[in-house]
Design a binder for this molecule. Structure first.
Ligand code: GPP
Length: 345
């Protein structure tokens, strides 16, 4: 199996995701058309022909971690599919919770079909993610290994829900510290990225130290990934991110740059006043941006993202690849991490 993010690997991941869906006829095909729409698989007048299925970072991490731990990535494909389906489940519900109308350049599922269908379609996707992972047994993994992977998978999902709770509870709270914020993204974003790497290693039947090294790697990548997302949410170029200019400031999102300025800027009271307004106009956003710039909030976040990237590389150095294939996969994890550094979208 070619382990770079080639169209071939992207196709195999998505084919395995599709295989986890039940085959239905008649009216029920309209039910699964909703999830397929979210995943970018259907045209049906709703989506552009080349609908974006997302970056598929997490399933690629599963396959590379499995290979780096000495396993056969083909055997881990059902796990890669399950992790991506779980990610997509979380996005369907997140778009409802955040009242988001757009995702991956198209309307969100709930925005088209309404709230009730959005919740129910998301619930089904959560179950399909589990069904995908059960298919590991058909690839020859021992039953007890599949069971332990499913158990860890559920523990990881709980960490995501806890992180999402913290995120929701932070809304409008201007006393959040950078440490509170890191705890929140440790669950909301890093838990699944760490889980992808950890479970990839577990699928390979790796020893405890290898599993821990890959989990630490994934966690560091996940933290860096979310901090970079926060930087892009304020300073990203709209033509590259697909989001409006300074989108997170217009939304009054308390992301890490804002948390930093609220705790470190001499003008923090002014920023807090701006964030207490019900909506921010362009002049207010420009003022908030000037406060962040003067406080060095962007540089603070960039330095923190960089620290986590370095931790990710250090965790990979702890691996002892036993074969040439495992060493090659570790190199691919290094280059994937390198590509995520300084991403523009
Ligand atoms: C609990 C929740 C909802 C967490 C969401 C965290 C997050 C950074 C999602 C975007 O991922 P992405 O950039 O990989 O998205 P895509 O799959 O579209 O590439």
């Amino acid at each position: 199996m070619n382990m770079t993010a080639t169209p071939d690997v992207r196709y195999q991941i998505q084919a395995e995701m599709r295989a986890a869906f039940p085959v239905v006829e008649g009216r029920l095909s309209r039910f699964y058309a909703m999830q397929e729409y979210h995943l970018g698989w259907r045209n049906e007048d709703l989506t552009p022909a080349d609908a974006d299925p997302g970056k598929l970072i997490r399933p690629q991490l599963v396959l590379l971690a499995c290979a780096a731990a000495g396993g056969d990535p083909q055997q881990a494909l059902p796990l890669a599919a399950g992790i991506q389906l779980l990610h997509d489940f979380s996005l369907i519900h997140d778009d409802i919770e955040d009242d988001s109308a757009m995702r991956r350049g198209r309307r969100t599922l709930w925005h088209i079909w309404g709230l009730a269908h959005g919740i129910n379609a998301g619930d089904a996707m959560f179950v399909i993610a589990h069904l995908a992972i059960h298919r590991l047994s058909e690839r020859g993994l021992p039953a007890e290994r599949v069971l332990s992977i499913l158990r860890r998978f559920d523990e990881i999902i709980l960490r995501i829900c806890e992180g999402q709770y913290l995120d929701l509870s932070f809304e409008g709270d201007l006393s959040i510290t950078p440490a509170d914020y890191l705890t929140m993204i440790g669950g909301k974003t890093a838990a699944l990225i760490a889980g992808a790497a950890e479970l990839g290693a577990r699928a390979a039947g790796a020893d405890g130290e290898t599993v821990a090294a890959l989990a630490d790697f994934g966690r560091a990548v996940g933290l860096a990934f979310q901090i970079e997302d926060d930087i892009l949410g304020i300073w990203g170029a709209p033509e590259q991110t697909g989001k409006p200019f300074a989108a997170d400031l217009y939304r009054r999102k308390v992301s890490l740059p804002v948390v930093h300025a609220l705790t470190h800027s001499p003008e923090r009271e002014r920023l807090a006043d701006l964030y207490r307004q019900p909506t921010l106009d362009e002049a207010a956003v420009m003022q908030a941006m000037a406060i962040l710039d003067a406080a060095g909030s962007r540089a603070f976040c960039a330095a923190m993202a960089n620290e986590h990237h370095q931790d990710a590389f250090k965790a990979l150095d702890r691996l002892n690849p036993a074969t040439a294939a495992a060493a090659a996969a570790r190199n691919q994890l290094r280059s994937l991490t390198q590509r995520l550094i300084g991403r523009q979208a």
